[in-house]
Design a protein around this ligand. Structure first.
Ligand SMILES: C[S@@+](CC[C@H](N)C(=O)[O-])C[C@H]1O[C@@H](n2cnc3c(N)ncnc32)[C@H](O)[C@@H]1O
Length: 277
């Protein structure tokens, strides 16, 4: 698929997911209740106390693979940008951490996802702290040196030009600012033909995933330093199957079982931080 077709496909799938209320299954919790609560708690993504701060619409449409506000070390009055905010679970948690003196900007290129996030933010009574920006992460159209923290949860794997995304993240951060990212990477060699098939349908979180070494090279080349891995979680076969058709099998065709078997044990959900010097 060409770059523009990939973006149209991804935007269309997530837009449809937002419009239809999330589908039968979530990519982050294939067999769990729609709130994701049991999966999230089991894997340490979100605690019950955190989930109690988040309106149902944002919980149901949560499609992440981590919990960036859990390791971003957010402080009062900071400015936080969430790349690919989806229906808003992490921007709501961030707003609670930074308080009324700070600002959170949720960015997503799906206007339909943003509508859902606006609904959740209104229900959480956080409209004074949270703003939205509809944009492609590869061209943010936000001012330079705006943010203390840039976070993102299971989004950058979906972007064809990861160099541009990290260049933009670096540009909008203040000096001394940090990134706190959850994402999906390949941690083993995958047959190039199989990888090509994942790419040809842009299969969920596998279509755009790249090797971990190449991923961190992009981050260092963008200028980030002090990269620290917070945790690594190799996907179980069940998680891999679900992630491969994120945001849900109604929206993204599942890869062939044999192709998924090739990827088993070679796909990892990572959480990390890094600093703009
Ligand atoms: C897997 S969901 C994660 C959403 C949210 N971070 C969460 O944890 O629930 C990916 C989100 O990223 C958005 N997205 C994907 N590619 C994007 C791009 N190039 N620019 C802006 N948003 C993008 C999608 O519209 C979708 O809302």
């Amino acid at each position: 698929m060409e770059t523009e077709e990939i973006k149209r496909t991804v935007k269309g799938r997530y837009g449809e997911c937002a419009e239809t209320g999330g589908g039968e299954k979530s990519c982050c919790c294939p067999n769990a209740a729609p709130t994701c609560a049991s999966f999230a708690t089991e894997h340490g993504l979100y605690g019950q106390e955190e989930l109690s701060l988040v309106p149902q619409v944002a919980r149901t449409l949560s499609k992440g693979c981590g919990n960036p506000t859990g390791f971003a070390d957010l402080r009062s009055d900071e400015v936080v940008v969430d790349l690919g905010c989806g229906a808003g679970i992490d921007i709501i948690l961030a707003a609670h951490k930074i308080g009324p003196g700070g600002k959170v900007i949720g960015v997503d290129f799906s206007a339909k996802m943003i509508e859902r996030a606006q609904q959740a933010v209104a229900e959480a009574r956080l409209t004074d702290t949270i703003e939205f920006h509809v944009a492609d992460l590869e061209r943010l159209e936000l001012p330079d040196v705006l943010a203390d923290v840039v976070m993102s949860n299971c989004v950058i794997n979906l972007c064809p030009d990861k160099v541009a995304v990290y260049r933009e993240a670096f540009r909008i951060l203040k000096s001394g600012g940090r990134i706190a990212i959850s994402d999906v990477v390949f941690t083993g060699t995958i047959d190039p033909k199989v990888q090509e098939r994942f790419r040809s349908t842009w299969a969920g979180c596998l279509g755009g995933s790249i090797n971990e070494e190449d991923y961190f090279e992009i981050i260092r080349k963008a200028g980030f330093r002090q990269v620290e891995i917070v945790s690594r979680h190799p996907l179980s076969p069940e998680e891999l199957e679900a992630m491969a058709c994120c945001p849900g099998p109604e929206f993204t065709p599942a890869p062939e079982k044999e192709d998924l078997a090739v990827a088993r044990g070679k796909v990892t959900s990572i959480k990390f931080t890094a600093i703009k010097p």
